[in-house]
Design a protein around this ligand. Structure first.
Ligand SMILES: Nc1ncnc2c1ncn2[C@@H]1O[C@H](COP(=O)(O)OP(=O)(O)OP(=O)(O)O)[C@@H](O)[C@H]1O
Ligand SMILES: [Mg+2]
Length: 342
């Protein structure tokens, strides 16, 4: 049976039931959402990881067969607890809607055969997102054994450029329809999304464009009263040189003789002119790379400063050198917990 106290008291997000994860494309939304679902499940809780773009990214990540419309168990969290996964598909969501609100049953199937379902889910603008957010709402609200079926739902959401429109789509529906079940449903969804039970986290890397998208995303979400969560800085690499050496590297003040000495110590020495020439080329190359590295670290510091101005809880995740497998997800989940996300 799921625990009833969703998140532990030292988490920044106590009481939050829906964690929406957005960010610039390719910054690690799917990876971070998965690690978050594991972190939030630790210690015996139940979480649901939901994807909405039909890409089967979650199945690939957890190395399971493609997810369907019914959720599937993905992983056991540290200290017990379970992560389940779901891929929300607008067509199936529409069939469920028709059945739920109009008890269409077989008539719904007929509509599907007539192509009406395809029409509604692919042609009617915004309809797709209404259906998807409706399904997410249902998962958050679902009950089991007298309590919430899931302590937390983590949504691997559309990227920053589309997130506000996606989450706010039901607002438009409320404005368009005067009465009826669809209006009520849309009103309830907006109610959840604007409540303290929802937060939108933004994933970024320490580069100019993704950081700018994060800043813009926060502004846009704020403008429509959607609750901003934390900022997850992903793919962080530790500097390979100390602060002093980095500054010297950028200014071209590293001592070439010291670098060449290091290379000789590493066994790259020799006295022939050929070897000497190669050593000089290698030293020059290394000094150039050190300068680039120094510049990158300085830029990263600047981006961190920009993110700090958002005044949101910020979490850093390392770039794991062996790629992302289940073990890596546990490692990232552990880091998130250490930093108070769950
Ligand atoms: N912390 C990390 N360490 C190492 N590799 C990572 C890390 N985070 C993400 N990656 C890798 O970076 C790539 C992009 O990550 P991911 O698919 O999670 O990004 P995304 O934002 O969901 O992308 P998309 O916009 O295409 O959905 C993947 O190959 C993933 O394995
Ligand atoms: Mg993704």
């Amino acid at each position: 049976m799921p625990a009833r106290d969703s998140t532990p008291p030292d988490s920044h997000w106590q009481g939050v039931r829906l964690h929406v994860v957005t960010g610039k494309g390719g910054t690690g939304k799917t990876t971070v959402a998965a690690a978050m679902a594991l972190a939030l499940a630790a210690g015996g809780r139940q979480t649901l990881l939901v994807e909405v773009e039909g890409r089967q990214g979650i199945a690939a990540l957890f190395d399971v067969p493609p997810l369907g419309y019914a959720e599937r168990h993905l992983a056991v969290a540290p200290g017990g607890g379970d992560v389940s996964g779901l891929s929300v598909e607008p067509k199936a969501a529409l069939m469920e809607y028709l059945d739920l609100f109009y008890h269409l049953g077989r008539a719904g199937k007929l509509l599907e055969r007539m192509g009406a379902v395809d029409f509604a889910t692919t042609v009617a603008p915004g309809m797709r997102d209404v259906l998807i957010t409706g399904k997410v709402y249902e998962a958050v609200r679902r009950r089991r054994n007298g309590g919430p079926a899931f302590d937390a739902v983590v949504l691997d959401a559309p990227p920053t450029g589309r997130i506000t429109r996606f989450l706010n789509v039901n607002e438009e529906v409320v404005g368009l329809t005067k009465v009826g079940p669809i209006r009520n449903q849309s009103g309830s969804i907006m109610g959840l999304l604007r409540s303290p039970q929802t937060v939108v986290h933004l994933v970024t890397v320490l580069e100019e464009m993704p950081v700018q998208e994060t800043v813009d995303g926060v502004d846009e979400l704020r403008a429509v009263d959607l609750p901003i969560g934390g900022v997850v800085v992903n793919l962080v690499r530790d500097p390979v040189l100390g602060t002093r050496d980095l500054a010297d590297a950028v200014k071209g003040r590293l001592d070439p003789e010291a670098v060449a000495g290091g290379l000789r110590t590493a066994g790259l020495g020799g006295h022939s002119t050929g070897v000497q020439a190669r050593l000089a080329t290698l030293t020059e190359g290394l000094l150039g790379e050190a300068a680039d590295h120094g510049e990158r670290v300085a830029l990263e510091r600047q981006e961190r400063g920009t993110l700090a101005q958002l005044r949101r809880p910020t979490y850093e995740l390392p770039a794991l050198s062996d790629g992302i497998d289940l073990g890596a997800l546990y490692e990232l989940a552990r880091r998130l917990r250490e930093q108070g996300l769950a």
